[in-house]
Design a protein around this ligand. Structure first.
Ligand SMILES: CC(C)(COP(=O)(O)OP(=O)(O)OC[C@H]1O[C@@H](n2cnc3c(N)ncnc32)[C@H](O)[C@@H]1OP(=O)(O)O)[C@@H](O)C(=O)NCCC(=O)NCCS
Length: 159
């Protein structure tokens, strides 16, 4: 059964568990959970994925702040369709660029974002450390979680 993707109008707490799939720091999540717009992918009544868009650093930019797909639905194209829907929403709001930040250690996420059209932009070293609310010594695929990678998607020339 294919999901439907709509703007989430209900409580963010209802779908907090999805946000937590993509955020290791509860303290960080508290700072941005209520911001921006959230698209939610539903199959029947069940939320199987979400994508949060917040304003970017300038008026023509939006940031993909958090997204996740429920474990049993991952790898079935929901994430790709959420990014497409977010790009349509951003263009409708006159944005020209979508940025996203992810962990350099998470090779799977880096593959996902590049497969849906994002390109590498910049690196922040030591962004995921206890001082910024992240537990010590998180290891992903054998790589210490430390650095943050920024990628961007050109909304005028996707693909
Ligand atoms: C990352 C995530 C949102 C991707 O959503 P998804 O619905 O599983 O992705 P899709 O099925 O749309 O996949 C699109 C492409 O990305 C690839 N891809 C997705 N996740 C991948 C992974 N972990 N490793 C390698 N490739 C991956 C798919 O293989 C597919 O590639 P293809 O076009 O060559 O077939 C999802 O796996 C997830 O929720 N992960 C946990 C939370 C998280 O880390 N969120 C991102 C925080 S930055």
């Amino acid at each position: 059964m294919t999901e439907t993707i709509t703007l989430h109008t209900g409580s963010r707490q209802e779908i907090r568990a999805l946000f937590e799939l993509a955020e290791d720091s509860a303290a960080q999540l508290d700072t941005y959970l209520e911001l921006g717009d959230v698209l939610v992918a539903r199959v029947g009544d069940r939320a199987v994925g979400h994508l949060q868009l917040v304003p970017g650093t300038n008026a023509c930019e939006v940031e993909l702040k958090n997204m996740a797909v429920a474990g049993d639905r991952q790898g079935t194209g929901v994430g790709r369709r959420l990014v497409r829907a977010a790009a349509d929403l951003a263009r409708a709001r006159s944005a020209h660029r979508m940025t996203v930040a992810t962990a350099a250690a998470d090779i799977g996420n880096l593959r996902f974002y590049q497969r849906v059209g994002f390109r590498m932009l910049a690196i922040d070293r030591d962004a995921f450390v206890p001082a910024t609310g992240y537990p010590d010594e998180i290891v992903v695929d054998g790589i210490l979680l430390r650095d943050r990678v920024w990628l961007d998607l050109d909304l005028d020339h996707p693909g």
